[in-house]
Design a protein around this ligand. Structure first.
Ligand code: SF4
Ligand code: SF4
Length: 443
């Protein structure tokens, strides 16, 4: 079975939602769109207070090449442009839209529709850019940037990430079962961009129904080869480097990007969004969100409009079943704790996980006993114990020698540590300090 070195086997907690079909949630009366829902420069509002906007209309323009447009998910009126809380806890500029309930649509994206095989790669990438597509698995890197590889790049593998290894999340699983044609359409468009006859969809073997369903759909494509690659169920199987190794056997050198290994990797929902943009002219205004955790009364998979608040999703689905100790955007391994439930669903909100006191107990750290469990678990072949210690003594030189920037912050080391060391937290803080030092040196 295809897999990678290291990794862990956390409890999947997926049974609560894996068999629940995606349910369409009507949009709330007020929607909040932070100007930063992606990696890169924040977008710049291109509407003003009082403007009427249509569903799918661009309301904020990408603030640079590495940035993404933002579109209104409803028709209505721009009520305010003011600072509101982002899921990451930072107060930032947001466009607030009052929903008129009409869902009056903006025209489709320019140059979309028709036969995609007649479009040039540049034309397709332009539609993807205009649609504001970013890594929908949570990474939120702008997709048009990922597709704009240097001329010398030799891309021979398009890989779609259907691993969904993060506990609790089942939105990609349901997407593979329920939006199969969009995913197949998306991978064919990606293969066309790079002139390839073969494409690969990696799926963890804990989703046999998705493997069977996607395999059936792939068989129906007569003129191209779409390979469904079953992957061993192991965290972090969906991390880019680990997925590339599992599918191709290629090891990415430290500090390199997937295109340097001949690969372009996109998440399942990103792939489907590419199809919807190119074929139907739809920008990113909705996404599938898994609502789960032991504090959620009725766990579900919801298709929601971007800008809907977490509290709206939770209330509409039956509320909490107990007091919450922690609410996460994304899963418990790589997700982030949100400050409160007023924050909006953004492009990277693959899940909302609400945990009660029992499942989010604080565990006291103790001294490292040098058991090396973290070293065996690290999928990047790093030495998390040494990184942790060097970070605590601000030893920047050692941190660099230990390849701190190769850490993908997967949390496998902390998961296996019997001393409950918080290595990832230390590594993240040290990385930020190193970035600040580099900036200062440059200045
Ligand atoms: S050191 Fe980084 S990459 Fe390695 S297990 Fe820890 S968090 Fe994951
Ligand atoms: S797992 Fe924890 S205790 Fe064991 S070597 Fe790593 S940091 Fe030390």
């Amino acid at each position: 079975m295809n897999t990678f070195h290291g990794g862990i086997h956390p409890d999947g907690h997926k049974t609560a939602t894996a068999s629940k079909p995606i349910c369409d949630l009507k949009p709330p009366t007020e929607l909040v769109f932070p100007v930063s829902q992606h990696i890169g420069a924040p977008a710049k509002p291109c509407v003003k207070v009082g403007d009427r906007v249509l569903m799918g209309q661009k309301i904020a323009e990408a603030g640079g090449f590495v940035s993404a447009n933002i579109h209104s998910s409803v028709s209505g009126t721009v009520k305010a442009i003011e600072n509101r809380l982002h899921p990451n806890g930072v107060s930032m500029e947001c466009i607030i839209i009052e929903n008129d309930g009409l869902d009056e649509k903006a025209p489709p994206l320019e140059n979309s529709g028709g036969d995609y095989t007649k479009k040039t790669p540049a034309e397709i990438i332009d539609i993807v850019r205009e649609a504001g597509i970013v890594g929908m698995g949570g990474a939120t890197f702008p997709t048009h940037v990922k597709l704009s590889v240097p001329k010398e790049a030799k891309i021979d593998h398009i890989i779609i990430n259907g691993a969904e290894c993060e506990p609790y999340l089942t939105s990609d699983h349901r997407a593979m079962l329920e939006t199969t044609d969009d995913i197949i359409g998306g991978i064919l468009i990606l293969m066309h961009i790079f002139g390839l006859n073969d494409g690969y969809i990696g799926i963890e073997d804990n989703k046999p129904d998705a493997i069977a369903h996607m395999s059936e759909a792939a068989k129906k494509v007569s003129d191209k080869n779409i390979h469904i690659v079953p992957l061993k169920t192991k965290y972090p199987q969906g991390a880019e480097k680990q997925l590339i190794f599992a599918v191709t056997g290629r090891k990415m050198a430290p500090g390199t990007l997937p295109w340097q290994s001949g690969c372009i990797v996109n998440n399942i929902d990103t792939c489907a969004s590419i199809f919807r943009a190119v074929a139907n002219g739809e920008p990113v205004i909705r996404r599938i969100v898994t609502l789960s955790g032991d504090a959620i009364a009725s766990p579900s998979n919801l298709r929601v409009r971007l800008g809907s608040s977490f509290s709206y999703l939770i209330e509409e689905s039956g509320g909490f079943s107990q007091d919450t100790a922690k609410i996460l955007m994304g899963g418990p391994m790589m997700g982030m704790a949100v400050p409160n439930t007023s924050v909006p669903v953004i492009k990277g909100t693959s899940g909302i996980v609400a945990l009660g006191a029992e499942s989010s107990k604080f565990e006291q750290e103790s001294a490292c006993i040098r058991c090396a469990k973290c070293v065996y678990a690290c999928p990047m072949n790093l030495q998390p114990n040494l990184l942790d210690m060097a970070a605590r003594r601000d030893d920047m030189c050692t941190l660099e020698k230990l390849y701190i920037n190769d850490c993908i912050e997967c949390g496998s080391c902390a998961f296996v540590c019997p001393s409950k060391r918080r290595q990832v937290q230390q590594i993240k803080t040290a990385k930020a300090k190193l970035r600040d030092l580099a900036k200062a040196a440059k200045a």
